[in-house]
Design a protein around this ligand. Sequence first.
Ligand SMILES: CC(C)(COP(=O)(O)OP(=O)(O)OC[C@H]1O[C@@H](n2cnc3c(N)ncnc32)[C@H](O)[C@@H]1OP(=O)(O)O)[C@@H](O)C(=O)NCCC(=O)NCCS
Length: 165
Amino acid sequence: MELRFEQEDDVHVIRALTDAAFEKMPFSNQNESAIIDALRNENGLTISLVAVKSTKVVGHIAFSPVTINGVQDDWYGLGPVSVWPEHQTQGIGRTLINNGLEKLKGLGAKGCVVLGDPDYYKQFGFACDPGLQFLSAPAAYFQRLAFVHPVPAGEVRYHSAFDGE
Ligand SMILES: CC(C)(COP(=O)(O)OP(=O)(O)OC[C@H]1O[C@@H](n2cnc3c(N)ncnc32)[C@H](O)[C@@H]1OP(=O)(O)O)[C@@H](O)C(=O)NCCC(=O)NCCS
């Protein structure tokens, strides 16, 4: 499997695979592909990686800047991350996340937050942090991974592309 940054030709398949991956997720508003498009249009797609198997794009991950107490200081949000349903649980998501986090560190990121299943994200080192608040979801689902210490405290907000989509 090859991982590479998205190219112009990947935009349609990223949209389709994101819609397919989230289609049956009870927590989803089916707005994830629109968020990725909005991030791209608003210069908020810090990292957009695709996983390619035998020339087919099988997975995608996005990272975008977040603010803490209104300040952007090299913290980022992971997601959306998607794998075509028929390719799930083969390690593609894990590979995309590990590789994406390494690339984020390479950009000088201080840390990353994620909103998702703690049972899944703990394998990457994500954990809840009472000092970092995210007001739009239950605290148990909001986690962070710090690359640099000390970890800031405050209210985390995603890029405006996540608003109203
Ligand atoms: C989440 C997602 C990206 C993971 O990708 P994937 O390629 O299926 O995941 P992996 O194969 O790398 O998973 C690694 C392990 O985590 C397990 N796992 C997957 N989802 C899990 C969950 N919600 N809770 C606990 N374990 C989970 C897998 O069974 C696998 O275990 P194994 O290595 O023992 O077989 C993918 O399932 C997906 O697209 N889901 C729909 C969209 C979505 O929910 N995105 C994330 C929103 S936060």
